[in-house]
Write a protein that binds this ligand. Structure first.
Ligand code: SF4
Ligand code: SF4
Length: 114
């Protein structure tokens, strides 16, 4: 039987994301991305609420350019975005473990590329 290689991914708890974009900058510095390019984007989410109020949230999400910092993690280092996230909301690891953590808490995104 063919052995299935465990996949890695990123789990991002966007509930506590401050929108600081340190993850975007860290990825750009690590890989030399130019403006508008990179492995991470942070989207601003504005949700109108009653009585002229609004909820402002942030949704960080990896792009197809994310290589999961394979070179760094092979050396036992954290991914650059995980390392520099001041709110400590990015976690890299095996998809199965991350999926369990996702089940335990809502308002997170799981990125698990092939
Ligand atoms: S894991 Fe690495 S390549 Fe992917 S977004 Fe984070 S810093 Fe960029
Ligand atoms: S570094 Fe962390 S807190 Fe800042 S935008 Fe990225 S995910 Fe959010």
């Amino acid at each position: 039987m063919r052995e299935v290689k465990p996949r890695n991914g990123l789990l991002i708890d966007y509930e506590y994301c401050t929108g600081c974009k340190a993850c975007v900058v860290a990825c750009a510095q690590e890989y030399g991305w130019g403006p508008g390019m990179g492995g991470m984007r942070v989207m601003e989410v504005i949700q109108p609420l009653p009585k002229d109020k609004a909820y402002l949230g942030f949704l960080p999400f990896p792009t197809e350019s994310c290589v999961l910092c394979a070179g760094r993690t092979r050396k036992g280092l954290k991914t650059a975005c995980e390392q520099h996230c001041l709110a400590n909301v990015i976690r890299h690891g095996p998809v199965q473990e991350l999926a369990k953590a996702l089940e335990a808490k809502p308002r997170q995104v799981l990125w698990a590329p092939r």
